[in-house]
Design a protein around this ligand. Sequence first.
Ligand code: CP
Length: 304
Amino acid sequence: MRHLLDILDLSTDEINSLIETACDIINDPDKYAEKCKRKKLATLFFEPSTRTRLSFEAAMYELGGSVLGFSSSSSSSTSKGESVSDTIKVVSCYADIIAMRHPKEGAPMVASMVSDVPIINAGDGGHNHPTQTLADLLTIYREKGGFNDLTVGLCGDLKFGRTVHSLINALSRYSDIKFVLISPDELKLPDYVTNNVLLKNNIPFEETTDLLGAMPKLDILYMTRVQRERFFNEQDYIRLKDSYILTPDKLEDAKDDLCIMHPLPRVNEISVAVDKDPRACYFKQVLNGKYMRMALILKLLEVE
Ligand code: CP
Protein backbone atom coordinates (compact mmCIF):
# COMPACT_ATOMS: atom_id res chain seq x y z
CA MET A 1 0.00 0.00 0.00
CA ARG A 2 1.37 3.43 -1.01
CA HIS A 3 0.72 6.79 0.67
CA LEU A 4 1.59 10.27 -0.61
CA LEU A 5 2.96 12.32 2.29
CA ASP A 6 5.77 14.18 0.52
CA ILE A 7 6.30 14.84 -3.19
CA LEU A 8 9.59 12.91 -2.88
CA ASP A 9 7.54 9.75 -2.19
CA LEU A 10 7.10 9.74 -5.98
CA SER A 11 10.05 9.14 -8.31
CA THR A 12 10.42 11.37 -11.37
CA ASP A 13 9.36 8.38 -13.50
CA GLU A 14 6.18 8.06 -11.43
CA ILE A 15 5.51 11.80 -11.81
CA ASN A 16 5.97 11.46 -15.58
CA SER A 17 3.52 8.57 -15.55
CA LEU A 18 0.94 10.60 -13.55
CA ILE A 19 1.32 13.45 -16.06
CA GLU A 20 0.81 11.00 -18.92
CA THR A 21 -2.37 9.67 -17.26
CA ALA A 22 -3.62 13.22 -16.54
CA CYS A 23 -3.12 14.19 -20.21
CA ASP A 24 -4.97 11.04 -21.30
CA ILE A 25 -7.86 11.95 -18.94
CA ILE A 26 -7.95 15.44 -20.47
CA ASN A 27 -8.12 13.94 -23.99
CA ASP A 28 -10.59 11.14 -23.24
CA PRO A 29 -12.47 11.66 -19.94
CA ASP A 30 -15.16 9.09 -20.83
CA LYS A 31 -12.56 6.31 -20.70
CA TYR A 32 -12.15 7.01 -16.97
CA ALA A 33 -15.78 7.61 -16.02
CA GLU A 34 -16.26 4.27 -14.21
CA LYS A 35 -12.70 3.42 -13.17
CA CYS A 36 -13.47 3.91 -9.46
CA LYS A 37 -17.02 2.56 -9.40
CA ARG A 38 -17.93 1.43 -5.85
CA LYS A 39 -14.74 3.03 -4.43
CA LYS A 40 -15.01 5.68 -1.72
CA LEU A 41 -12.74 8.64 -1.03
CA ALA A 42 -12.81 10.26 2.43
CA THR A 43 -11.82 13.93 2.56
CA LEU A 44 -10.83 14.79 6.14
CA PHE A 45 -10.13 18.51 6.31
CA PHE A 46 -9.13 19.71 9.77
CA GLU A 47 -8.23 23.06 8.17
CA PRO A 48 -10.17 25.17 5.61
CA SER A 49 -9.89 24.53 1.87
CA THR A 50 -11.72 25.32 -1.34
CA ARG A 51 -9.59 23.95 -4.19
CA THR A 52 -7.92 20.93 -2.67
CA ARG A 53 -11.01 19.42 -1.06
CA LEU A 54 -13.40 20.18 -3.91
CA SER A 55 -10.94 19.08 -6.59
CA PHE A 56 -10.39 15.77 -4.79
CA GLU A 57 -14.14 15.32 -4.58
CA ALA A 58 -14.68 16.30 -8.23
CA ALA A 59 -11.84 13.94 -9.19
CA MET A 60 -13.45 10.97 -7.42
CA TYR A 61 -16.89 11.73 -8.85
CA GLU A 62 -15.43 11.96 -12.37
CA LEU A 63 -13.87 8.54 -11.83
CA GLY A 64 -17.28 7.12 -10.95
CA GLY A 65 -16.61 6.82 -7.21
CA SER A 66 -18.23 8.34 -4.13
CA VAL A 67 -17.07 10.77 -1.46
CA LEU A 68 -17.60 11.15 2.28
CA GLY A 69 -15.88 13.30 4.88
CA PHE A 70 -15.84 16.56 6.79
CA SER A 71 -14.64 20.05 5.98
CA SER A 72 -13.72 21.29 9.47
CA SER A 73 -12.58 19.71 12.71
CA SER A 74 -15.50 21.39 14.49
CA SER A 75 -17.96 19.16 12.61
CA SER A 76 -16.08 15.97 13.53
CA SER A 77 -15.42 14.18 16.83
CA THR A 78 -12.03 15.91 16.92
CA SER A 79 -13.99 18.65 18.69
CA LYS A 80 -14.72 16.10 21.47
CA GLY A 81 -11.03 15.26 21.82
CA GLU A 82 -10.67 12.30 19.44
CA SER A 83 -7.08 11.80 18.24
CA VAL A 84 -5.95 11.84 14.61
CA SER A 85 -4.96 8.16 14.94
CA ASP A 86 -8.40 7.10 16.16
CA THR A 87 -10.14 9.20 13.51
CA ILE A 88 -8.08 7.53 10.78
CA LYS A 89 -8.63 4.01 12.15
CA VAL A 90 -12.37 4.68 12.10
CA VAL A 91 -12.50 6.27 8.65
CA SER A 92 -10.38 3.53 7.11
CA CYS A 93 -13.28 1.19 8.00
CA TYR A 94 -15.52 3.25 5.70
CA ALA A 95 -13.33 4.47 2.82
CA ASP A 96 -10.87 3.03 0.29
CA ILE A 97 -8.58 6.07 0.30
CA ILE A 98 -8.22 9.18 2.49
CA ALA A 99 -7.14 12.72 1.59
CA MET A 100 -6.46 14.73 4.73
CA ARG A 101 -5.42 18.28 5.58
CA HIS A 102 -4.25 19.18 9.07
CA PRO A 103 -2.74 22.29 10.67
CA LYS A 104 -0.05 20.22 12.43
CA GLU A 105 3.08 19.30 10.48
CA GLY A 106 3.47 15.52 10.36
CA ALA A 107 -0.19 14.65 11.06
CA PRO A 108 -0.55 12.75 7.74
CA MET A 109 2.57 10.75 8.65
CA VAL A 110 0.92 9.75 11.95
CA ALA A 111 -2.21 8.86 9.98
CA SER A 112 -0.25 6.66 7.57
CA MET A 113 1.13 4.63 10.48
CA VAL A 114 -2.32 3.46 11.59
CA SER A 115 -4.31 3.51 8.35
CA ASP A 116 -5.51 0.44 6.48
CA VAL A 117 -5.97 2.50 3.31
CA PRO A 118 -3.76 4.96 1.35
CA ILE A 119 -3.32 8.39 2.94
CA ILE A 120 -2.83 11.49 0.79
CA ASN A 121 -1.37 14.58 2.46
CA ALA A 122 -3.59 17.46 1.31
CA GLY A 123 -1.45 19.98 3.23
CA ASP A 124 0.10 19.76 6.70
CA GLY A 125 0.76 23.07 8.44
CA GLY A 126 3.69 24.97 6.91
CA HIS A 127 5.34 21.70 5.85
CA ASN A 128 4.24 20.04 2.59
CA HIS A 129 1.46 20.11 0.01
CA PRO A 130 2.39 17.40 -2.50
CA THR A 131 -0.84 17.35 -4.51
CA GLN A 132 -0.58 21.12 -5.09
CA THR A 133 2.88 20.34 -6.46
CA LEU A 134 1.36 17.76 -8.81
CA ALA A 135 -0.99 20.51 -10.07
CA ASP A 136 1.99 22.87 -10.42
CA LEU A 137 4.05 20.30 -12.31
CA LEU A 138 1.28 19.55 -14.82
CA THR A 139 0.89 23.31 -15.35
CA ILE A 140 4.62 23.77 -15.96
CA TYR A 141 4.66 20.73 -18.25
CA ARG A 142 1.75 22.04 -20.32
CA GLU A 143 3.10 25.60 -20.48
CA LYS A 144 6.83 24.89 -20.85
CA GLY A 145 6.95 21.38 -22.29
CA GLY A 146 9.12 20.01 -19.45
CA PHE A 147 11.04 20.82 -16.29
CA ASN A 148 14.65 21.32 -17.38
CA ASP A 149 16.50 24.59 -17.91
CA LEU A 150 14.09 26.90 -16.07
CA THR A 151 14.65 29.94 -13.87
CA VAL A 152 11.92 29.81 -11.25
CA GLY A 153 11.08 32.85 -9.10
CA LEU A 154 9.27 32.10 -5.85
CA CYS A 155 7.83 35.22 -4.28
CA GLY A 156 6.12 36.08 -0.98
CA ASP A 157 5.92 33.89 2.09
CA LEU A 158 8.66 31.34 1.54
CA LYS A 159 8.90 30.54 5.25
CA PHE A 160 5.45 29.11 5.89
CA GLY A 161 4.54 28.41 2.25
CA ARG A 162 4.16 24.62 2.12
CA THR A 163 3.47 24.73 -1.63
CA VAL A 164 6.86 26.41 -2.12
CA HIS A 165 8.69 23.78 -0.05
CA SER A 166 7.12 20.91 -1.99
CA LEU A 167 7.74 22.57 -5.39
CA ILE A 168 11.42 23.23 -4.62
CA ASN A 169 11.83 19.59 -3.61
CA ALA A 170 10.16 18.43 -6.83
CA LEU A 171 12.00 20.72 -9.26
CA SER A 172 15.40 20.17 -7.65
CA ARG A 173 15.49 16.72 -9.24
CA TYR A 174 15.64 18.17 -12.78
CA SER A 175 18.66 19.62 -14.59
CA ASP A 176 19.60 23.28 -15.07
CA ILE A 177 16.99 24.57 -12.63
CA LYS A 178 17.75 27.89 -10.94
CA PHE A 179 15.69 29.46 -8.16
CA VAL A 180 15.27 33.13 -7.35
CA LEU A 181 13.86 33.38 -3.82
CA ILE A 182 12.05 36.69 -3.45
CA SER A 183 10.77 37.52 0.05
CA PRO A 184 11.05 39.90 2.98
CA ASP A 185 13.88 38.85 5.33
CA GLU A 186 11.34 37.65 7.93
CA LEU A 187 9.74 35.25 5.41
CA LYS A 188 12.85 33.71 3.85
CA LEU A 189 12.97 30.03 2.94
CA PRO A 190 13.64 27.95 6.11
CA ASP A 191 17.22 26.78 6.60
CA TYR A 192 16.13 23.14 6.50
CA VAL A 193 14.98 23.57 2.88
CA THR A 194 17.95 25.73 1.84
CA ASN A 195 20.48 23.35 3.42
CA ASN A 196 18.87 19.96 2.82
CA VAL A 197 17.60 20.57 -0.70
CA LEU A 198 19.33 23.48 -2.46
CA LEU A 199 22.85 23.43 -0.99
CA LYS A 200 22.96 19.65 -0.66
CA ASN A 201 22.12 19.18 -4.36
CA ASN A 202 24.21 22.13 -5.63
CA ILE A 203 21.12 23.84 -7.04
CA PRO A 204 21.90 27.47 -8.01
CA PHE A 205 19.76 29.99 -6.13
CA GLU A 206 19.76 33.64 -5.09
CA GLU A 207 17.82 35.34 -2.30
CA THR A 208 16.53 38.86 -2.86
CA THR A 209 13.82 41.24 -1.70
CA ASP A 210 13.61 42.84 -5.19
CA LEU A 211 10.80 41.40 -7.37
CA LEU A 212 11.25 43.96 -10.17
CA GLY A 213 15.00 43.35 -10.37
CA ALA A 214 14.45 39.61 -10.68
CA MET A 215 11.59 39.80 -13.20
CA PRO A 216 13.51 39.86 -16.56
CA LYS A 217 15.31 36.57 -15.92
CA LEU A 218 12.30 34.50 -14.83
CA ASP A 219 10.64 31.72 -16.84
CA ILE A 220 8.20 31.07 -14.00
CA LEU A 221 6.97 33.47 -11.34
CA TYR A 222 5.28 31.61 -8.47
CA MET A 223 3.49 34.14 -6.26
CA THR A 224 2.30 33.15 -2.78
CA ARG A 225 0.00 34.56 -0.13
CA VAL A 226 1.30 35.80 3.22
CA GLN A 227 -0.70 33.42 5.41
CA ARG A 228 -2.40 35.13 8.33
CA GLU A 229 -3.13 31.74 9.95
CA ARG A 230 0.58 30.93 10.35
CA PHE A 231 1.48 34.12 12.28
CA PHE A 232 1.60 34.26 16.08
CA ASN A 233 1.48 38.06 16.03
CA GLU A 234 -1.19 40.02 14.09
CA GLN A 235 1.05 43.10 13.89
CA ASP A 236 3.73 41.13 12.02
CA TYR A 237 1.11 39.85 9.58
CA ILE A 238 -0.21 43.38 8.92
CA ARG A 239 3.32 44.70 8.37
CA LEU A 240 4.24 41.95 5.89
CA LYS A 241 0.99 41.06 4.12
CA ASP A 242 1.34 43.51 1.21
CA SER A 243 5.09 43.07 0.69
CA TYR A 244 4.52 42.10 -2.95
CA ILE A 245 1.57 43.04 -5.12
CA LEU A 246 1.90 41.99 -8.78
CA THR A 247 0.30 44.55 -11.10
CA PRO A 248 0.45 44.81 -14.93
CA ASP A 249 3.10 47.58 -14.86
CA LYS A 250 5.46 45.33 -12.90
CA LEU A 251 5.40 42.84 -15.79
CA GLU A 252 6.82 45.32 -18.34
CA ASP A 253 10.31 43.75 -18.25
CA ALA A 254 9.07 40.17 -17.92
CA LYS A 255 9.62 37.55 -20.64
CA ASP A 256 6.84 37.18 -23.21
CA ASP A 257 6.49 33.52 -22.26
CA LEU A 258 6.66 34.02 -18.50
CA CYS A 259 4.33 31.61 -16.69
CA ILE A 260 2.67 33.36 -13.72
CA MET A 261 1.54 30.86 -11.11
CA HIS A 262 -0.12 31.02 -7.68
CA PRO A 263 -1.51 28.09 -5.68
CA LEU A 264 -4.45 30.32 -4.61
CA PRO A 265 -6.28 31.56 -2.62
CA ARG A 266 -4.92 35.03 -3.35
CA VAL A 267 -5.64 38.05 -1.22
CA ASN A 268 -3.78 41.10 -2.58
CA GLU A 269 -0.62 39.65 -4.04
CA ILE A 270 -1.83 39.52 -7.66
CA SER A 271 -4.04 42.34 -8.90
CA VAL A 272 -7.15 41.11 -10.72
CA ALA A 273 -5.96 43.23 -13.68
CA VAL A 274 -3.23 40.61 -14.23
CA ASP A 275 -5.89 37.91 -14.80
CA LYS A 276 -6.34 39.15 -18.40
CA ASP A 277 -2.64 38.73 -19.16
CA PRO A 278 -2.16 35.57 -21.29
CA ARG A 279 0.81 34.71 -19.05
CA ALA A 280 -1.49 34.30 -16.02
CA CYS A 281 -1.72 30.53 -15.42
CA TYR A 282 -3.19 30.32 -11.90
CA PHE A 283 -6.70 29.32 -12.92
CA LYS A 284 -5.26 26.73 -15.31
CA GLN A 285 -3.39 25.39 -12.26
CA VAL A 286 -6.72 24.85 -10.50
CA LEU A 287 -8.08 22.68 -13.32
CA ASN A 288 -4.79 20.82 -13.71
CA GLY A 289 -5.05 19.97 -10.01
CA LYS A 290 -8.23 18.00 -10.59
CA TYR A 291 -6.68 15.96 -13.41
CA MET A 292 -3.55 15.16 -11.41
CA ARG A 293 -5.65 14.16 -8.38
CA MET A 294 -7.63 11.81 -10.65
CA ALA A 295 -4.38 10.27 -11.86
CA LEU A 296 -3.11 9.98 -8.27
CA ILE A 297 -6.28 8.28 -6.98
CA LEU A 298 -6.02 5.73 -9.81
CA LYS A 299 -2.39 5.06 -8.95
CA LEU A 300 -2.85 4.69 -5.19
CA LEU A 301 -5.93 2.49 -5.65
CA GLU A 302 -3.94 0.45 -8.19
CA VAL A 303 -6.70 0.82 -10.79
CA GLU A 304 -5.53 -0.19 -14.27
N1 CP B 1 -4.10 25.76 -3.12
C1 CP B 1 -4.82 25.32 -2.07
O1 CP B 1 -4.38 24.46 -1.30
O2 CP B 1 -6.05 25.91 -1.97
P1 CP B 1 -7.13 25.55 -0.84
O3 CP B 1 -6.55 26.00 0.49
O4 CP B 1 -8.37 26.30 -1.21
O5 CP B 1 -7.30 24.06 -0.84
